[in-house]
Design a protein. Structure first.
Length: 221
């Protein structure tokens, strides 16, 4: 799989959300952060709004659930139209079971970790997940600078996936910009979440194209 760009609507104008989503239609995925004010100190949107976003999006939607009790709620987001559902290792009671339930519901199953959470416990279960999302900033708010030490997690995960033959996507979420994209891709990430980097540009389509070229320059894909 080549590099995939996933703009995050956390940086979009929520008063004009359908228009904002249409302006990033040249990307590969739409990243939607669902925050409950408990797992992270911020709140965004819930199921009714998410369902409408999925209905109007020209891109497949990845629901990033930064919420308590994803074992209860994650399937609801798959049923609401998410092509991929990402839940946090720190919040899930039964991560493998939940991943299997998501796959059975027709969604890609993805697990996420905060910057300080080690990925070693995931290594023997990589075939249970379609993607691992590594938070490259502390979750909850956009516009933060990338935590450089998180890049080692991508190297470790990519090496293990290559060794076992797992078809695993690695997603970087937070602080991915023109200045950091090459380092992130070089570390092994192939799904790149970008909020401010895309939505802060006047021409979102041109910015997506420019970011793709920067990723190709370093990664050759």
């Amino acid at each position: 799989m080549g590099i995939q760009i996933a703009p995050s609507i956390l940086a979009a104008d929520f008063a004009n959300l359908e228009s904002e989503i249409a302006q990033v239609s040249d990307a590969d995925w739409l990243h939607v952060d669902v925050m409950d004010g408990h797992f992270v100190p911020n709140m965004t949107l819930g199921l009714p709004v998410f369902e409408r976003v999925a209905q109007v999006s020209p891109l497949p939607v990845d629901a990033h659930l930064m919420i308590d009790d994803p074992d209860r709620w994650a399937i609801r987001y798959a049923e609401a139209g998410a092509a991929s559902v990402t839940f946090h290792l720190e919040a899930a009671a039964s991560p493998v079971r939940l991943a299997r339930e998501l796959r059975a519901a027709g969604a890609r199953a993805s697990i996420a970790v905060r910057p300080a959470t080690p990925v070693q416990p995931l290594l023997e279960y990589l075939d249970e997940f379609d993607m691992v999302l590594v938070m490259t900033v502390e979750p909850g708010f956009g516009g933060q600078e990338l935590v450089e030490s998180t890049l080692e997690k991508f190297r470790l995960l990519r090496a293990e996936a290559d060794k076992t033959g797992a078809d695993l996507w690695l997603e970087a979420d937070g602080g991915v910009t023109r200045e950091t994209i090459e380092r992130v891709v070089d570390a092994g990430a192939n799904m790149l979440v970008m909020g401010s980097a895309v939505y802060g540009a006047e021409d979102r389509g041109a910015e997506i194209a420019a970011l793709r070229e920067l990723a190709k320059d370093d990664h050759g894909s």
